[in-house]
Ligand binder design. Sequence first.
Ligand SMILES: C[S@@+](CC[C@H](N)C(=O)[O-])C[C@H]1O[C@@H](n2cnc3c(N)ncnc32)[C@H](O)[C@@H]1O
Length: 209
Amino acid sequence: MSAATPEFSGLKGRFFAWFLTSPLRRVLEWRMGKPDQRILELLALRGDELVLDAGCGSGFHTLLVAERLTTGRVTAVDVSTEMLARLRTLAAKRGLAQRVSVALGDNLALDLPDATFDRSVSVAVWHHLSDPQRACAELARTLKPGGHAVVVDLAIAPSEKAVRGLEGHDRAFGPAEMRQVMERAALVDVTVETIGRWVVGVGHKAAAD
Ligand SMILES: C[S@@+](CC[C@H](N)C(=O)[O-])C[C@H]1O[C@@H](n2cnc3c(N)ncnc32)[C@H](O)[C@@H]1O
């Protein structure tokens, strides 16, 4: 998947942009489980952090994070202009626009400086990517020393994909693979858990000496 040809563009992009931040998101939660409260716990926000939502979609988690920030800000990156358009609208409607920076970009080559963010979150994105290892390296690069990333993706065995209508996705992350990707990106103190059909990984960037 390249930034030039986003999967979620045109009508499909507009439909999923709406779906992912609509009441129908519950369908996904019924089928897959609901990791959102745990994601917030793992992010452990004080309110003053700079947070990256990498592959933000229409901003379901961006907005959950923004609601918990006081002086902090969340940068929301996605390759889909349709997703970002709905996020901008929702952030404005909810009075959160001042706390949200929306950026068109590619998780495989973030146009963001090193050591920028206190926290990163990336939910249901890695199975869309040609190179999740590179995406993880980008999360690690853009984290400040001492910061941490929370990554959530599908914990679905290849044999189950047809049953679940996920044939198009050639990636899924068991707990061991999530850990391996994070550790190869030099993230430390990695923990991995599963919630329903999701795998949730947390990795820290080592604090500076
Ligand atoms: C299933 S959606 C999840 C969106 C959001 N994180 C959520 O949980 O609602 C996957 C998102 O990843 C985005 N995406 C796919 N490839 C990407 C890439 N290379 N860089 C940034 N975003 C990407 C898609 O445009 C889409 O918005």
